[in-house]
Design a protein around this ligand. Structure first.
Ligand code: DGJ
Length: 723
């Protein structure tokens, strides 16, 4: 069989089958039209090794003497006892391609297993891979692992992955790539604050805009593992798999299990090239958000649980005056929900707080031209709720019996438990309640929260994180199908459910509960590595952050929130005088530039000064389908802390068209804004700041410009326009 060759946007993926099983011979730089006879790549057989070549399989197999982590583990269950026919040796049945997609079918008739692998290399270079395993045998087959992995070239010597915690999601960590396995495990029953949105290998010192990078993302919101696995022979695979509990997936004859999709990108121009591939894929989806992303006011850090109609009406009026376009009522509106001890599951408007329902607030909001959004947490339940009292059997636990009948309850987490969505009656109840809310009220937006890990998570006495994750996905899908006009945000104690599985069924993620601009610079920088800014909720919080007690000027908070889906989470009634005027000007600035921010290329400079973060968005305009290049850009120059050499040297503004002329201007804060004097140290004025600078894209990228000396935890926003 001929090799399969997928090509797009500078990337090639070659699958060969001449050694009996499918293997990815190359994933990396584009190889052009013609390929040689790939048998020239057959390796020598070293001493003390299997007597044949060992393929680096599309699904690496222990039966082929692959010394690294096998891609498929499972066992047949005979008379209820697992452990029979534990070995699978897959051989290619068919392998077909149309140049951008490939389907490879491999089977082991003895083991009674067929695996179908689907690969798509999307036009922007993003690869999508998933496997489907079918049990062709006559007895049940227990799936222990079905991994999606890809080989990286030998010059990949460094690993990058992300980790975090509540209020500090998605921070990078790097290490050398050495023999052995580096595994990032998520056992939270949700994606997790520490989950690695991106798992990458690259050449020595790869950076924002240099080096070769091979990067993967596992699109799954339940338990998972992501890993880099360097086998004893030096070959390395990166990828991931769903982490399945004991007997969590047992396939009856004829049944199938499909792995989560692995998304992957290769770049020879650093991490920015990886981001381009992800953004291009996101933005080409037919259901991707379109139109201007509305300015949001979320009530959480403004009023918390203190729901009072008069206060909220004032807040809505104040928001409208500022130019807010979407008003989101957060937690606290439903029955019994005066704090976080009670009410989850009782999805009825609380009659004691809202005697006329939500209508008076919704009317006030919509009559001022704003959309109304509502917070919900459909997958959860408090024991102190009518639904828990009526249906203790709907609450997840490890036992077959409900907790009322002596079964054990998992530990409480934020005083709450998990609704067993695998139970069809519980699922239907939740669906009906959210559906009714959406039918009975003029709601354009749901902030869908999920605030706990899944511990001792079982259904009918069997581990069920897998089934629960799929049931939650079905809930999203069904509500979206019934209410296609309603936008949904994925929130999970801030940013604990950020992955492409959830983003297939939602329109925005809440990146973090931390609205501290300094923390947000890093959180958003690495979230934005994969997820484009139009999908990343980003709010101006109160002057003194509620989660870190740091105080920041408005300009720093605003410039930070600008590079996302912008909003506020702040009691804006108290914002007065010059600060209110500055806030209004900034909201107008967001509206004037959101088209650029939400469609452009994300660019991050490789800064010589670690106290500086320089990032921007460059317009990628098209004229009648023909790329018209970088016609405009916005750049933020962010000073995160003091440094030894106070910004001596020039700051590069990369990503522009080399031969085009540009004008660079200070956009915000300007000398008229109250916090300008806190931001720019005027003792050493930069000459070009007063009237702007003009230079070519090549000059701005290679030489750069001197920047004003900035105080720490401050930033300036630059506008760049093609001449
Ligand atoms: C956690 C979320 O991340 C917050 O934004 C807020 O919605 C609270 N839950 C409400 O309980």
């Amino acid at each position: 069989m001929h090799p399969l060759h997928l090509r797009s946007a500078g990337t090639s993926l070659v699958i060969s089958t001449h050694r009996g099983e499918a293997e990815i011979t190359h994933w990396g730089a584009d190889l052009g039209d013609s390929l040689p006879d790939l048998s020239i790549l057959n390796e020598p057989v070293p001493p003390s090794a299997a007597d044949t070549n060992v393929p680096a399989g599309l699904l690496p197999q222990a039966s082929s003497s692959w010394q690294g982590r096998p891609g498929l583990r499972g066992q047949r269950v005979i008379d209820g006892v697992p452990g029979f026919d534990f070995s699978v040796r897959l051989r290619v049945l068919s392998a077909t391609t149309d140049g951008s997609t490939a389907v490879v079918i491999q089977s082991d008739p003895d083991a009674g297993i067929t695996v179908t692998s689907n690969l798509t290399l999307h036009p922007g270079g993003l690869l999508e891979l998933r496997h489907e395993l079918r049990n062709d045998g006559t007895s049940p087959f227990q799936v222990d692992e079905l991994a999606t992995v890809l080989p990286v070239a030998p010059d990949a010597v460094e690993l990058l992955d992300l980790t975090g915690r509540w209020c500090r999601e998605r921070h990078p960590q790097r290490r050398p790539l050495q023999q052995g396995t580096w595994v990032r495990t998520g056992r939270h029953g949700r994606t997790g604050h520490d989950s690695s949105l991106l798992f990458a290998a690259g050449t020595a010192g790869f950076g924002n805009r240099h080096g070769k990078v091979w990067a993967t993302h596992l699109a799954w919101s339940g338990n998972h593992e992501q890993f880099a696995d360097s086998a004893a022979d030096g070959r390395t695979m990166i990828g991931g798999s769903e982490l399945l509990g004991a007997a969590e997936v047992v396939l009856q004859p004829g049944e199938s299990y499909t792995s989560p999709a692995l998304y992957a990108a290769y770049s020879d121009r650093g991490l920015d090239g990886i981001t381009e591939a992800f953004y291009s894929w996101f933005r080409s989806r037919p259901h991707h958000v379109s139109g201007p992303r509305p300015v949001v006011l979320n009530t959480w850090e403004a009023v918390y649980f203190d729901h009072n109609l008069d206060t909220l009406l004032e807040l809505a009026e104040s928001a409208a005056d500022l130019g807010v376009e979407r008003f989101v009522l957060d937690d606290g509106w439903f029955r019994g929900r005066r704090d976080d001890h009670a009410g989850l599951g009782d999805w009825y408007v609380d009659e004691t707080v809202w005697p006329k329902g939500l209508t008076p607030l919704i009317q006030a909001v919509t009559s001022r031209g704003m959309e109304f959004g509502l917070w919900v947490e459909p997958e959860m339940v408090n024991l102190d709720s009518d639904v828990a009292r009526a249906h203790p059997e709907w609450i997840v636990g490890p036992s077959v019996a409900s907790y009322k009948e002596g079964g054990r309850l998992p530990l409480e987490w934020r005083h709450q438990h998990v609704m067993d969505l695998v139970n069809p009656e519980a699922w239907q109840y939740v669906y009906d309640r959210i559906d009714a809310l959406l039918r009975e009220n003029d709601i354009s937006y749901l902030k869908w929260d999920q605030n706990r890990d899944l511990l001792e998570h079982g259904h009918a006495g069997r581990a069920s994180v897998h089934e629960q994750t799929l049931a939650a996905y079905r809930l999203f899908d069904a509500l979206r199908a019934a209410h296609p006009e309603v936008e949904i945000e994925s929130c999970s104690s801030g940013g604990a459910r950020v992955d492409l599985g959830i983003l297939e069924r939602t329109d925005r993620i809440w990146a973090s509960d931390c609205n501290d601009a300094l923390e947000r610079q890093t959180i958003q920088r690495w979230t934005g590595m994969v997820v484009p800014p139009e999908l990343v909720g980003s709010h101006i919080g109160p002057t003194t952050s509620h989660t870190t007690a740091r105080t920041h000027d408005l300009s720093f908070r605003a410039i930070t929130a600008l590079f996302g889906h912008f909003g506020m989470e702040w009691d804006v009634r108290a914002v007065r005088g010059a600060e209110r005027e500055e806030l209004k000007r900034f909201i107008a600035l967001y509206k004037a530039h959101r088209d650029l921010i939400h469609s452009g290329r994300m660019v991050r400079a490789d800064s010589h000064d670690e106290s500086l973060m320089v990032h921007g968005v460059v317009a990628s305009e098209y004229d009648g389908g023909i790329p018209a290049g970088a016609t405009a850009a916005l750049f933020a120059v962010v000073k995160t802390r003091t440094s030894f050499a106070e910004q001596v040297g020039r700051v590069s503004l990369p990503g522009l068209d080399s031969d085009r002329g540009y004008r660079v201007e200070l956009l915000f804060p300007t000398p008229e804004d109250p916090d300008y004097s806190h931001t720019v140290i005027e003792a050493q004025p930069v000459q070009w700041l007063a009237s702007g600078a003009e230079a070519s894209g090549r000059f701005l990228g290679e030489v750069g410009l001197p920047m004003p000396v900035l105080h720490p935890e401050h930033a300036v926003l630059l506008r760049i326009t093609a001449l």
